[in-house]
Every structure is written in C-alpha cells, then in structure tokens.
Design a protein around this ligand. Structure first.
Ligand code: CTP
Ligand code: CA
Length: 228
C-alpha cells in the first residue's frame, strides 16, 4: 500500500507542528479563545512520527489525548506560541502552523477579575498579535519547509485559490493548506477537504479524515524538497 512506500521517509528529520487554539487573557480567569480542537495538528504530528521523524508538538490548549512518542511544549497565548516556535525554528527541517492563534489580544489585560459596573456593558481594547507564520517564513535561520493553513469562506474554488495565493504571498511560507469553510463544519470534525498550494499554484488536493489529510501534507512537504 501507499503506507509501505511512505514508511520512514521522514527518518532523521525534526519537524515542529503547532496545534490547538490560543487563549488570550482578559483577566485572571477569563480569556478570548477559538473553536480549534487541535485534531488536524495532532494527526500531522502522529503521521510524521509514524514516518520516522522526531516530532515536537507545540500544543495550545489541546484537550484531546496527545499521542505518545512526541516531544510536547504546552503554550497558552499567541505570544507563548510565538516564543516556542521561534525557539524551535533553528533545529527544524519543517514547521507546520496548524494551530489557530488569536489575531488580537487585549492591550491591557485586567490584573484582577473584571467586575460588573451597574448594568453597563464592557469594552475591551485589542491589538494585533505577532504573526508567527509570517515571522518564521521571513526570518529563516536555515533551509527548511514552512507550512501554513488557511480556512476561508469562499464562494467557489476559483475564489478559494485566489484568497490562498494572496495569503501564501503575504505569509511567505512554502506551502499553504487551504480549505473552504463556507458550507461545512470543519472545526472539531473528523473529515476535511483541502487543497495544498505553493507559489506556483495547487500541488495537491485531498479529502478524507484528518489522518489521510496529514499524510497528503507530509507528501507535499517531502515533494517540495525532493528529499526534505
Ligand atoms: N497565523 C500565525 N500567527 C497569527 C495568525 C495566524 O502564525 N497571529 C498562522 C495560522 O496558524 C495559519 C496561517 O497563519 O497557519 C493563516 O491563518 P489565517 O487566520 O488564515 O491568516 P491571517 O493572517 O490571520 O488572516 P485573516 O485576517 O484571514 O484571519
Ligand atoms: Ca487569523
């Protein structure tokens, strides 16, 4: 089967995969989060380990069980995630940003619990977080493959590709894994349909469960370098 052919093609490589969704503290007990389960990142990490890689998983608030055999760095916020990824970059043959970082973080998280004030509402000021993928991609200490993800709400494949190409160019990553979330539920689900693009256009499409998708992504990583 294909699995026999793929076996151990990442042997001797160190790959770093981020997974999950970040939490940005509003106060000591509350945060702004997102619905990322971490499933696709876990599937990528496990698939790479099966193919022989040394795998570091940077896990942001992943509630699912983490497969054994991975080195795990747990992070909470986008700032933590950035710090962990930047620290790991120099030793990585490939980095995959499957995590969903928050785009915004409170300018000034409250030191104590936020209290209600009469029947008034609440306004919180946010600032943009560090773009981890763009920073990794634009600031490379060595030859390595960098992969990003983009979930877009696109009317059709043409629009999805157009959004994807613009995002890949903006981020500066080598590969971007695109999925169209306009119709279906991807967050937390087992199935997925993706198109992988590089700067020249689509390089692969796949659908299936997140394990199948993960192997297609590693195939594209390996192919992008000839022999990673
Ligand atoms: N990403 C990142 N750091 C951020 C935000 C996003 O590294 N602060 C990464 C994600 O992990 C993903 C890729 O960038 O691999 C694309 O994320 P996406 O949310 O689609 O891109 P954004 O640049 O945040 O654009 P948008 O305004 O469409 O959300
Ligand atoms: Ca975003």
């Amino acid at each position: 089967t294909v699995d026999a052919v793929r076996a151990r093609d990442l042997a001797g490589r160190h790959v770093v995969v981020s997974a999950g969704g970040t939490h940005e503290a509003l106060d000591p007990v509350r945060f702004l989060g997102n619905a990322s389960s971490g499933r696709q990142g876990l599937a990528l990490a496990q698939a790479a380990a099966l193919r022989g890689a040394r795998v570091t998983l940077v896990a942001a608030n992943v509630a699912l069980p983490i497969p054994s055999g991975l080195e795990v760095v747990r992070v909470t916020s986008t700032a933590d995630l950035a710090e962990a990824m930047f620290a790991l970059q120099a030793d990585a043959d490939a980095l995959v940003m499957a995590a969903a970082p928050a785009d915004f973080t409170p300018v000034d998280p409250a030191v104590g619990k936020i209290k209600k004030d009469g029947d008034g509402g609440l306004t919180v000021a946010f600032k943009q977080t560090t773009d981890v993928l763009a920073t990794l991609s634009h600031d490379r200490p060595r030859d390595q493959v960098i992969v990003g993800f983009a979930a877009e709400t696109a009317a059709d494949d043409a629009e999805l590709l157009q959004l994807g190409r613009a995002k890949l160019a903006r981020k500066g990553c080598d590969l971007l894994v695109l999925n169209n979330v306009s119709g279906g539920a991807v967050f937390g689900s087992d199935a997925n349909a993706i198109t992988i693009i590089d700067a020249t256009g689509p390089v692969a499409s796949a659908s299936g469960d997140k394990t199948v998708i993960a192997h297609h992504i590693w195939d594209a990583v390996v192919a992008s370098k000839g022999d990673l």
